[in-house]
Design a protein around this ligand. Structure first.
Ligand code: GLN
Length: 456
């Protein structure tokens, strides 16, 4: 009830929620109380949260931030939603996001932009901007997010919260509306690494309904987070941990305020016993063109299902079937989504496939190999999440390339399918929060959470 009151009081100025269901939330809270009264325990029993509106939910509408899905009601819950529900969490509603998760500022939502709670003239980051703003403004203690090229890490950094994108395949993509299937991953966004560990343990695990779900036993990330390192001491819990700093993550174009906050975070990690080593990820810059070929290619295929026939929006007037498709898609999709469908269709078309898509796939493999070379010299990789703090709303105008370039530090890890986190480390220009990015090798979520927890 307190949180619902906070949502009523503050969300009009934030725009974090696309849908709030007070009745369902109170009923779920009572059900959780009853389970606790019956003797059940569990860290998440009765914990309020809200879901990014890219996860389908049976009891609430799902839009993916798009007009194309206005009024859509899913007949089933996404696996991540179902698992969190089974753990006893109480959903307050659905959170705003960039249309089909395409964006870095939440300004591509077809419904409304989201304000950054630290400074309402600035963006909260994206595409999980509603999730980040809701947690940062303490409207909910936790939220789900998705990260295809940085959409959990970057908004977490811009709003001073903690978020983790697990290894590709750790969380089921079933019921998560697809953007770029080979990159999409779900993850928690919360106030601390500890909360993220509890949420991730409940969200993750093998799901036979997702063909790329990793077949591994359920993980207790909280226990992994708490487990002491060999040789660690109370004062130096990170003793022996080697943290690699890729020189490409500290380029000339990095804002001085972000560099300073990140350096301070690294100094803190050193005090906790970690050693810093120089490494190189030589293809970092290439991650941008590679991602912006592969992600639109997959999006153009995934979004072909929105044709006005099976579900979602359908144009009111049309002359024949082809005209219905055209009008439905022209009306239903926003500018950024259309841009990506066109780029994706182009790079997959006969005659261009070899020149663009195939080259991008080869480079993707090389980017992943670069990480393995780096991990030969370190346990974790650290650097900034984004080149600047959260920028002013409207600042990027209609220059999408500006936003694409700001994804430089999150895209390499996404293309490699590695787990990554954003942990708040300080403040930069305008008093805005700065996150430290930690990237681990495959399935090293426990190590990431342990390190972030020590820092917090
Ligand atoms: N900013 C990136 C994009 O626009 C990443 C988005 C995401 O991770 N969903 O594609």
């Amino acid at each position: 009830q307190q949180l619902l009151a906070r949502v009523t009081a503050h969300d009009a100025g934030l725009g974090a929620f696309l849908h709030v269901d007070a009745t369902a939330a109170l009923a779920a809270a009572e059900a959780a109380d009853a389970r606790r009264a019956a003797g059940e325990s569990g860290a998440l029993l009765g914990v309020p949260l809200a879901h990014k509106d890219i996860f389908v939910t049976q009891d609430m509408p799902t839009t993916a931030g798009s007009k194309m899905l206005s009024g859509y009601l899913s007949p089933f819950d996404a696996t991540v939603v179902a698992r969190l529900k089974a753990a006893g969490t109480v959903s307050l509603g659905k959170l705003n996001c960039d249309e089909f998760a395409m964006g870095s500022a939440n300004e591509n939502s077809a419904y409304k932009p989201v304000a950054n709670p630290w400074d309402a003239t600035r963006v909260p980051g994206g595409s999980s901007g509603g999730s980040a703003a809701a947690v940062a403004a303490r409207l909910v203690p936790a939220a789900t997010g998705t990260d295809t090229g940085g959409s959990i890490r970057q908004p977490a950094s811009f709003t001073g919260i903690t978020g983790i994108k697990p290894t590709y395949g750790v969380c089921s993509r079933y019921g998560m509306i697809a953007f770029a299937s080979s990159l999409d991953q779900a993850g928690p966004m919360a106030r601390s690494a500890e909360d993220c560990a509890l949420l991730l343990s409940a969200m993750s695990g093998f799901d036979e309904r997702d063909a790329t779900s990793v077949q591994q036993p359920a993980q207790d990330f909280h226990a992994q987070m708490l487990a002491a390192r060999e040789g660690a001491t109370a004062a130096q819990p990170l003793k022996g941990l080697r943290i690699g700093l890729p020189r490409e993550f500290f380029p000339a174009g990095l804002s001085a305020d972000v560099a300073k906050a990140v350096r301070e975070g690294l100094t803190q990690l050193e005090k906790l016993g970690a050693t810093l080593v120089d490494v190189s990820l030589p293809r970092t810059e290439l991650a941008i063109p590679v991602y912006y070929i592969i992600a639109p290619a997959e999006a153009s295929s995934n979004l072909s299902r929105f044709d006005g026939v099976k579900f979602g929006h359908r144009a009111a007037e049309y002359s024949d079937l082809l005209d219905m498709y055209k009008k439905t898609r022209a009306q239903g999709f926003g500018a950024e989504v259309k841009r990506r469908i066109m780029i994706g269709t182009y790079v997959l078309s006969h005659g261009y496939y070899d020149a663009y898509y195939l080259q991008a796939q080869k480079l993707r493999r090389m980017i992943a190999d670069d990480f393995q070379q780096a991990f030969a010299h370190c346990d974790l990789i650290a650097g900034p999440v984004a080149p600047s703090v959260a920028w002013q709303a409207g600042e990027q105008g209609d220059d999408p390339v500006k936003a694409y370039l700001a994804d430089i530090f999150t895209l390499p890890g996404s293309l490699a399918g590695l787990p990554g986190m954003s942990v708040p480390v300080g403040f930069g220009e305008g008093g805005m929060p700065v996150g430290l990015q930690l990237l681990g090798n495959y399935f090293k979520e426990g190590q990431l959470l342990h390190t972030a927890h020590a820092l917090q």
